[in-house]
Design a protein around this ligand. Structure first.
Ligand SMILES: C[S@@+](CC[C@H](N)C(=O)[O-])C[C@H]1O[C@@H](n2cnc3c(N)ncnc32)[C@H](O)[C@@H]1O
Ligand SMILES: O=C(c1ccccc1)c1ccc(O)c(O)c1[N+](=O)[O-]
Ligand SMILES: [Mg+2]
Length: 214
């Protein structure tokens, strides 16, 4: 049977990257997506913005909604100091299986906790599962119609604190209009748009960074 795109992406990592070297894993995936097959990773251009926000926040607790093949998971985890954990949620078992191998190839399995399941079910369990009180940083990159309900859920579960940073991918393409309207108009958030491009294309897209004000 034909391989899947995530499986072909994983093979490219295994053939081109150096085991234990996160940057070479990132470069191998970006090369594959530019020259072989487009895939919905945040990519190198928006990835650099993601890197700068992670470095600025220096999170001790971080959450990622939507793992896919683990590209952004590796980007974030490689920047985290020892002792900090990135929790990443993925409800597609086939994608999760590939992501685990990509994360392990990068040597970052001790900084990442990949949980298989739907964000709507797992977010309310973060406290009991991990003893997490609040998240310093949340990267939002799952299906676009879930962005707004899931940040409202994070608020309800009291998983955000004054100063928590939300960084949302694809606010222009494919677009997340309800989410944007909410974080830009709510008195509980201060938002800023980082203009960029849809991964591996010239189409406009960008990231929205929102600070929770409490
Ligand atoms: C765009 S991909 C993630 C890309 C990844 N963040 C990166 O940049 O490398 C979106 C992923 O979110 C997953 N997903 C969508 N809705 C979800 C949900 N409610 N809970 C968990 N995973 C979800 C999809 O299966 C898919 O793998
Ligand atoms: O929705 C798509 C999409 C829509 C149609 C075809 C392929 C992908 C998409 C495109 C770029 C992204 O960065 C991204 O995160 C997603 N996504 O699925 O979450
Ligand atoms: Mg995206």
């Amino acid at each position: 049977t034909r391989s899947t795109r995530p499986q072909r992406l994983l093979r490219a990592v295994q053939q081109k990257a150096i085991k234990g070297d996160p940057q070479s894993v990132i470069s191998a995936i970006d090369y594959f997506c530019r020259h072989s097959e487009w895939a919905m990773n945040v990519g190198d251009e928006k990835g650099s913005i993601l890197d700068s926000v992670v470095c600025e926040v220096c999170p001790t607790t971080a959450l990622e909604l939507g793992t896919y093949c683990g590209y952004s998971t590796v980007r974030i985890a490689r920047l985290l100091p020892p002792g900090t954990k990135l929790i990443t949620l993925e409800f597609n078992p086939a994608f999760a299986a590939v992501a685990r191998q990509v994360i392990e190839y990068a040597g970052l399995q001790n900084k990442v906790c990949l949980v298989e399941g739907a964000s709507g079910d797992l977010i309310p369990k973060m406290c009991q599962m991990f003893g997490i009180k609040t998240f310093d940083f949340v990267f939002i990159d799952h299906w676009k119609d879930r962005y707004l309900p899931d940040i409202k859920l994070l608020e309800e579960c009291q998983l955000l604190r004054k100063g928590s940073i939300l960084l949302a991918d694809n606010v222009i393409c494919p677009g997340t209009p309800e989410y944007l309207e909410y974080v830009r108009n709510s008195p509980h958030y201060e938002s800023k748009y980082f203009k960029s491009h849809l991964e591996y294309t010239k189409v406009e897209d960008g990231l929205e960074k929102s600070v929770f004000l409490g």
